[in-house]
Design a protein around this ligand. Structure first.
Ligand SMILES: Cc1cc2nc3c(=O)[nH]c(=O)nc-3n(C[C@H](O)[C@H](O)[C@H](O)COP(=O)(O)OP(=O)(O)OC[C@H]3O[C@@H](n4cnc5c(N)ncnc54)[C@H](O)[C@@H]3O)c2cc1C
Length: 413
């Protein structure tokens, strides 16, 4: 029987490649910078690694945010574990790692996002692959892990074609179940369950929401800045200002992708302030434009077709003058402009969701090492855990932080 591999990482996405890199670094010979054969193996079910890195950010790869707080993430599990994990690798150190250790220049863009200067997710993926090969990580593609058993020495993995591989330490980095065509088909959850883990129910996150409202469908393509609020049992859970895009099927754009979590997980109502203005600001605007027609006054701030639709939804006429509205009409108009409940009835599903919410509970891992509390020697990282970030590079940040910690801990613990 051949010697078990020191560390096997399952999943060649952002978290898995980062984990394999840090496991490799921890085991590398200090002179050559290389590891011996059979020390670290990365198993990937598909024929390509890092499919989501290549596709990310419209192909440009929003690799990190410029700032990050624990409130930029959602988990149904322990917020303390989340906070502790975030402290393990500061954002400034992550930037420095990419720029100075991987040699990937980065640049800041609007909306507090960081991109590689090359603006190519495919290049970022290739860079990881080259670095992994350079230090001697063995990369096995088309190796889908279908079952895992605990053994005396560690773990035995079996592929869907019946190949077996033994290892001492195991890192699971299989992603969630969003965009299953990318290889992240949810099979990682089953593997973790085989080793004793539970699963917090999963749901599509960062996903467009659907609507049956035909009036909005006719405005497909219209984009507008909004302030959105997620409201659950009359209390506001989160509020942010971003762009909303009206589509044939419903609503999308950064505002809706960020807000979607509250609807898909909790069934929260999504309330919209069109144009992002407050009631007071809209009141002031209507006062200042008292001689203007409603349609024109609203179109100063909103796209014309949207202004027309909102006026109709309040039961007013476009040609009415702002100053001629009754108190009741004005109150109804301002309420619609600032507290509009978005008519959504579902979501576009896992096929298009950028990430998966839910997953392996955070309290089932040691927050200092990411070692499983259910199966010693097993380490978990990335999107398969119950934590998702909002749009803007936060999901990669999570993959980098947890991948690094899991890979390094697998060697040191
Ligand atoms: C279109 C799109 C754009 C995005 N853009 C951004 C962005 O700009 N910025 C950002 O921060 N986030 C972005 N995200 C989210 C981000 O890509 C993910 O959160 C991140 O890639 C998760 O990394 P991961 O390694 O945990 O999982 P994944 O990237 O999903 O990788 C998991 C890997 O494991 C493999 N695998 C799964 N099961 C098995 C198995 N049983 N055996 C072997 N291998 C297996 C899969 O094939 C896959 O390669 C985007 C997502 C999508 C879909």
């Amino acid at each position: 029987m051949s010697e078990p591999v020191e560390v096997v990482v399952v999943g060649g996405g952002a978290a898995g490649m980062m984990a394999a890199l840090w496991a490799g670094r921890a085991l590398a010979d200090s002179d050559s910078g290389k590891i011996q054969e059979g020390k670290v193996t990365l198993l990937e079910s598909g024929s390509r690694m890092g499919v989501k890195i290549a596709a990310s950010g419209g192909g440009r790869c929003n690799i990190l945010p410029t700032q990050a707080e624990y409130t930029d993430f959602h988990t149904s599990g322990s917020v303390n574990v989340l906070k502790r994990l975030m402290r393990t690798w500061r954002l400034s150190d992550q930037r420095s790692f990419f720029e100075h250790e991987l040699g990937l220049p980065l640049k800041e863009e609007e909306d507090e996002k960081i991109f590689p200067v090359c603006e190519s997710g495919a290049d970022v993926r290739d860079l990881f692959r080259n670095v992994l090969e350079g230090i001697g990580v063995s990369i096995q593609k088309d190796w889908k892990v279908s079952s895992i058993e605990k053994t005396e020495q560690g773990f035995q993995l079996e592929s869907d074609s019946g190949t077996r591989l033994d290892c001492k330490k195991l890192v699971l980095a299989c992603g969630g179940q969003s965009v299953p065509a990318s290889g992240s088909d949810g099979s990682g959850y089953q593997l973790a369950k085989q080793l004793g883990h539970k699963l917090t129910p999963t749901y599509p996150a960062l996903v467009p929401l659907t609507s049956k409202d035909k009036d909005f469908a006719e405005l497909s393509g219209v984009s507008v800045e909004v302030t959105w609020r997620a409201i659950l049992n009359t209390s506001v859970q989160e509020e942010r200002t971003r762009d909303l895009l009206i589509t044939h099927q419903g609503f999308s754009g950064p505002a809706i992708l960020d807000a979607s979590h509250w609807f898909t997980r909790d069934g929260a109502a999504i309330q919209i302030s069109w144009g992002g203005g407050s009631s007071e600001e809209w009141e002031m605007h209507l006062n200042a434009k008292s001689r203007r027609e409603l349609q024109k006054a609203l179109s100063d701030i909103l796209p014309k077709r949207l202004a027309q639709l909102l006026i109709e939804k309040v039961g007013l006429r476009a040609e009415m003058r702002c100053g001629n509205l009754s108190r009741g009409q004005r109150m109804r108009l301002v309420d619609t402009l600032c507290h509009f409940q978005l008519p959504v009835n579902g979501d576009a599903g896992f096929d298009v969701a950028e990430v998966t919410g839910g997953g392996i509970p955070l309290n089932e891992v040691n927050p200092s090492t990411l070692e499983s509390r259910c199966a010693p020697g097993l380490f978990l990282c990335g999107e398969m855990m119950d934590c998702t970030g909002r749009m803007g590079g936060f999901n990669f940040l999570w993959a980098w932080i947890t991948g690094r910690l899991a890979g390094e801990s697998a060697v040191k613990n």
